[in-house]
Design a protein around this ligand. Structure first.
Ligand code: HEM
Length: 603
């Protein structure tokens, strides 16, 4: 039996770890252009908004048989109509012009809008959150534009920390400001722990995901606890059977060595490389080893094809995507949605195959990895309130863990590289710290972390400045509630703007500067813990990321090992583009011109 596994039934091991926390607010640079009710809103139609352009094309559209037309436009409007109207919706291939579809869409959305507005009206004596005027049918979708995190940060400067917009027929409450977000997600955590019922969620793990799923009841809570325990046991909990302090250290040390080797080979052959595609392999191997042990197909084409293309997932699974709010977009040509669907299917097939292969030699007396731990639990028949959690609901947790475990960490390391090559003086400072504290005779270990405050400050500043997870995954309210004096009804969709917290002028003074020193205490030899806890990237409260500690440790270890041995640079004249590309996680444009020079060789 593996040492750590004995703690399987313990409560959240990670919560007692010494990792620094995070959280807080921001203000955008640009002016709010469309704040007054009734003022015209004419932003450029790009990004998500471009999807709406499709609505206005004069295309003949064919409705497949047995599709309920009414529900395509506004699913919630069904009960408003007599049953005879619903019967009309079954057809044998009937063609409609786009004008007819638009008209029908308009009528149903208007009816739904009136009903929703009436339903979401605050009870007497209470007030709804303020917000900008929205167009009939489309609401404020055009205002969100290509970068909803920036648009909503601008609106928060005018309307405050709790504001309301509408996308299509759906009202959305947007939260900004560290204190307000903490009040909602922590102090009123039960009220705000839900997830909305979004179309894109139904496409992830065939609707069985723990993360992207409207369930926030006892089954979700039990699944989350199982996932957290399995993850901690096979990543950050100490492993007495190994010379490394934990599985994570063992896997990262091995993968970082291999990564250094690959980078050197690429330098010898091509004289340059794209760090993203190299890092994603190593990070996937680490989470793959923790999830599946030796069953993980390390360099299979299928696996690499998936992990190299996670942008196909994150570009669509982003807050405010019109496809979640305009059901008609499910049926119109939408290449990004198609890529998303195909990515999810390929991902599920790959993981199901790997899980099945693992099951063949599963031995409940020798649990070596997360999947094994989940098998064991599903065999025991986990129960919630007397009923058994279905086996596939337990095993599917590995999809949530593997999916979250490679994309986020790769994105973080990749942003770090961008900041290192654009700020060579910062890179030199980190290397000086590594040389002084660790020297060159041995590789860095997790236990060195408290002695390397400048590297830690650099990682925190990378999190804050890039804010590469701009919003948490959307939340929803589980009951009628009030926040900052504003009434928010049950099942209201809530966006939490992490980017705004990380760029709040009041909190950071110079939020757009990249300055790791801001996180150092006055002595310069420790982290300013209070400030570090204001960086918000992992959510907070009941839905807080379950991989936060693992992520911080893994990023630290990869960076310390790589930077001890290699110096990264760009050839003279090459510029990198640091503009974040909006998504669930925001990437930067890839750069194939990275160079790495060995700082010293190991005898
Ligand atoms: C730098 C790396 C990471 C960042 C920035 C990050 C960020 C986040 C954020 C913002 C959320 C949503 C919180 C909310 O909805 O309020 C989340 C949820 C989640 N994260 Fe992470 N994450 C990271 C790494 C990981 C890793 C390594 C794992 C697992 C191996 C993981 C597993 C999860 C899971 C399962 C959830 C869903 C929790 C739930 O819905 O209850 N994350 N993460």
């Amino acid at each position: 039996m593996v040492g750590g596994y004995e703690r399987w039934d313990c409560e959240d091991i990670a919560l007692s770890s010494s990792a620094p926390g995070h959280t807080d607010t921001a203000s955008a640079k640009e002016e709010v252009s469309d704040l007054s009710p009734g003022s015209p809103v004419v932003p450029p139609v790009t990004g998500h908004s471009a999807n709406l352009g499709i609505l206005f094309q004069e295309l003949p559209i064919t409705i497949p048989p047995n599709i309920e037309l009414i529900h395509q436009f506004c699913p919630e409007s069904g009960p408003l109509l007599p049953p005879q109207s619903l019967q009309m919706a079954s057809f044998q291939f009937v063609s409609f012009s786009a004008t007819e579809l638009l008209l029908a869409s308009a009528i149903f959305c208007l009816v739904s809008w009136v009903v929703k507005t009436w339903q979401s009206r605050a009870p007497k004596g209470q007030k709804s959150p303020p917000g900008p005027w929205g167009w009939p049918l489309i609401g404020n979708v055009l205002t969100l534009g290509k970068n909803p995190h920036l648009a909503l940060a601008r609106l928060s400067q005018h309307y405050g920390d709790v504001l309301q917009i509408r996308i299509g027929c759906t009202p959305i409450v947007v939260l900004s400001g560290l204190d307000t977000i903490r009040q909602a997600l922590v102090r009123q955590g039960d009220d705000f722990k839900g997830r909305p019922d979004l179309y894109t969620f139904t496409l992830v793990t065939d609707g069985q995901s723990m993360t992207f799923n409207p369930d926030s009841g006892p089954v979700w809570a039990a699944r989350r606890r199982l996932a957290q325990n399995a993850l901690n046991t096979f990543s950050i909990a100490s492993d007495p059977a190994s010379s490394s302090s934990c599985y994570l250290e063992e896997h990262v040390s091995k993968e970082a060595e291999a990564l250094i080797g690959r980078m050197q080979e690429l330098m010898a052959s091509a004289g340059r490389f794209d760090p993203y595609s190299e890092v994603v392999r190593s990070v996937a191997n680490v989470i793959g080893a923790m999830c599946f042990g030796q069953h993980f197909p390390q360099s299979s084409e299928e696996m690499l094809g998936l992990v190299m293309n996670s942008h196909e997932f994150v570009e669509t699974a982003s807050s405010g995507n019109p496809v979640d709010f305009f059901p008609i977009l499910h049926y119109l040509p939408n290449p990004a949605l198609q890529r998303f669907k195909e990515f999810n299917q390929r991902f599920l097939r790959f993981l199901q195959k790997t899980v099945q292969e693992h099951y063949r030699d599963f031995d409940k007396n020798s649990i070596q990895d997360i999947t094994g731990a989940l098998f064991k639990h599903s065999e025991k028949g986990s129960r919630v309130n007397g009923s058994v959690i279905p086996q596939e609901k337990i095993v599917n947790l590995v999809n949530d863990i593997f999916g979250a475990g490679f994309d986020t960490i790769t994105t973080a390391i990749s942003w770090s590289f961008m900041y290192l090559v654009t700020n060579p003086q910062i890179q030199r400072k980190i290397q000086k710290e590594l040389d002084t504290v660790i020297g060159r005779a041995r590789p860095p270990r997790l236990s060195d972390r408290p002695q390397l405050p400048y590297l830690e400050a650099f990682i925190l500043e990378t999190f804050r400045h890039s804010s590469f997870v701009p919003f948490t995954i959307p939340h929803s309210t589980t009951r009628d509630t009030t926040l900052n004096g504003f009434y928010i009804p049950k099942e209201c969709c809530v966006f939490v703007n992490q980017w705004q917290v990380n760029h709040d002028q009041e909190l950071w003074g110079d939020p757009f500067e990249f300055r790791p020193e801001r996180f150092l205490a006055a002595s310069g030899s420790a982290i300013n813990k209070t400030l570090s806890e204001k960086v918000m990237l992992f959510g907070m409260g009941k839905r807080r990321c379950i991989g936060e500690v693992l992520a911080k440790w893994e990023i630290f270890l990869f960076l310390s090992i790589l930077l001890q041995r290699l110096e990264f640079s760009l050839p003279p004249g090459v510029k990198v583009d640091l503009t974040p590309i909006y998504g669930l996680t925001m990437k930067h444009a890839r750069c194939e011109h990275f160079q790495a020079r060995l700082r010293f060789s190991i005898k």
